[in-house]
Design a binder for this molecule. Structure first.
Ligand code: DX5
Ligand code: ZN
Length: 223
């Protein structure tokens, strides 16, 4: 069944706890934490201390970590201590992705691979049996509030087709530019989980809870 998580990169930093609580009440299944190192992408976002505090305060929300860093192995210890439900690492962030995914799996964390809009889907084929999910970027990573690239629907459909043909179990999570219109289209194309950010869940006049409810209604029954 289709679901959505919310990216806290887009929450109001002055009322983070309230925003998370509203998202939970609005039907968000989880929280998406963007970790940036200022090198893989020219920006910074959240850190592990914040993620730990959020995980402790909201145990019912599944936490997924999106690692936008150049050397993911540097953060393997922090990830194992935090033990989120999921962690996605960018395809081009290490030549030893296979080992990274295996390490996370052994630590009880569901491993995923994040793919940028310019990266061919075929690059994932060697990892087909090692990744639990694909974090499909619908915008260039690093900044919130960008519009979803229209190529995204075709990429979702191709991934969905691939997993059906080969009987693969990975899930498809879409990140970047999700809004109330394209969210439903992504689910129809085959996505399983949406990351709701600046255009869907936060900063809307309806407030966080109602915006989340609307997103939930848009994707309900479409998966
Ligand atoms: C972008 C991040 C996203 C982003 C999503 O690099 O990975 O999680 O914050 O925000 P929106 O939905 O506003 O693009
Ligand atoms: Zn993200």
């Amino acid at each position: 069944m289709a679901s959505f998580t919310v990216t806290l990169a887009c929450a109001n930093p002055l009322r983070l706890a309230e925003d998370i609580e509203e998202a939970r009440r609005g039907g968000a299944g989880g929280v998406h934490i963007d970790i940036m190192d200022g090198r893989y992408v020219p920006n910074f976002c959240m850190n592990f201390a914040q993620a730990e505090a959020i995980k402790e305060a909201y145990p019912s929300l599944a936490m997924d970590i999106h690692m936008m860093v150049e050397e993911p192995f540097r953060w393997a210890g922090e990830l194992k201590r935090l033990k989120p439900e999921r962690v996605a690492v960018h395809l081009d962030s290490t030549p030893f992705l296979y080992r990274f995914l295996c390490q996370m799996k052994e630590a009880g964390i569901s491993p995923g691979v994040a793919l940028n809009p310019s990266q061919p889907l075929e690059l994932l084929s060697a990892l087909a049996h090692r990744m639990d999910y694909i974090l499909l970027m619908a915008v260039e990573p690093g900044f919130s509030g960008q519009r979803m690239l229209p190529e995204t629907y075709g990429r979702i459909a191709a991934l969905d087709d691939w997993r059906r043909r080969e009987g693969l179990g990975f899930r498809i999570m879409v990140d970047g530019g999700v809004d109330l219109e394209n969210g439903g289209l992504c689910i129809e194309a085959g996505a399983d989980i949406l990351v709701g950010g600046a255009l869907a869940c936060f900063g809307q006049k309806e407030g966080v809870q109602e915006s989340c409810r609307c997103l939930g209604r848009k994707i309900c029954g479409k998966g």
